[in-house]
Design a protein around this ligand. Structure first.
Ligand code: SF4
Length: 253
């Protein structure tokens, strides 16, 4: 477990320590002071915090064990989903309070997600895989409407759309360019993929991964040499490896 993945896990751990400190404070108040009427409220809070802390710690442990063991632990998958999906807004918020860059946290989330998806070893037919791309990958000067049909691309090579189409053709998977979350959701509804390789910025990637909870998504953060949403690029090797990771080997010649 190295690199960026530690960011998300670190914030989860700090969150657990803070909740634990509040928990101990409540216990101290109950034991040392006369709180009369508030007694039952305090007991209620302590019961809630006990459950929350147990789930939080189990969730953090499940994520760490999955990354260390390279295989998800089935009995802990509910806890892991809680730590990764339910607590995601809290982790972002706490990370912000700690002065950690949001993009860094989102990238960390995406990397953990990718590791867990890869370790699940999902193997499916190419026609059940969808490559989902953002419109900002297209060269802004290009006049061809690839959002309605990506095959309108003339493959001039001025942007990465050409290479991405070639990957989709090489492996026989679906490929779509979506302008925004609504159209991305629509594409998922139309194609009903069993696995998705998504390219996007950190924010769209993390919200997309959570939107399709249940479908394994391999998320690849785009490269933004000219700033956000403008002539972005993507590492084609990462996309190809993600597609290969999902495909049942019987379909690869
Ligand atoms: S490869 Fe060329 S034709 Fe295709 S989308 Fe990019 S700029 Fe347009």
């Amino acid at each position: 477990m190295y690199g960026r993945k530690r960011v998300y896990i670190g914030i989860l751990t700090i969150l657990a320590v803070i909740v634990l400190a509040i928990y101990l404070l409540f216990i101290y108040i109950i034991v040392t002071r006369r709180i009369g009427l508030y007694y039952y409220i305090m007991i209620g809070i302590i019961v809630f915090l006990t459950i929350f802390i147990i789930i939080l710690m189990m969730g953090t442990l499940a994520v760490v064990l999955s990354l260390l063991g390279k295989k998800p632990i089935k009995v802990l998958s509910g806890f892991m989903s809680f730590a990764l999906n339910t607590l995601y807004p809290e982790v972002l918020f706490f990370g912000g309070l700690l002065g950690i860059d949001r993009d860094k946290i989102m990238k960390s989330f995406a990397e953990i997600n990718n590791n867990i998806v890869a370790s699940k070893n999902v193997k499916i037919a190419p026609e059940d895989i969808l490559i989902l791309l953002p419109h900002c990958l297209q060269r802004t000067t290009c006049v061809h409407r690839i959002t309605t049909n990506i095959n309108n691309c003339r493959r001039c090579g001025k942007c990465d759309i050409k290479g991405l189409i070639e990957i989709a053709e090489r492996y026989g998977v679906h490929i779509v360019v979506a302008t925004g979350g609504t159209l991305a959701r629509k594409a998922v509804k139309n194609y009903k993929p069993k696995a998705i390789v998504a390219v996007a910025c950190e924010r769209d990637l993390t919200s997309g991964i959570q939107d399709v909870n249940g479908i394994p998504v391999f998320g690849i953060v785009n490269i933004r040499p000219e700033g956000p949403c403008y002539n972005t690029r993507v590492d084609l090797n990462l996309v190809e490896n993600a597609v290969k990771n999902f495909i049942d080997r019987r379909y690869i010649q």
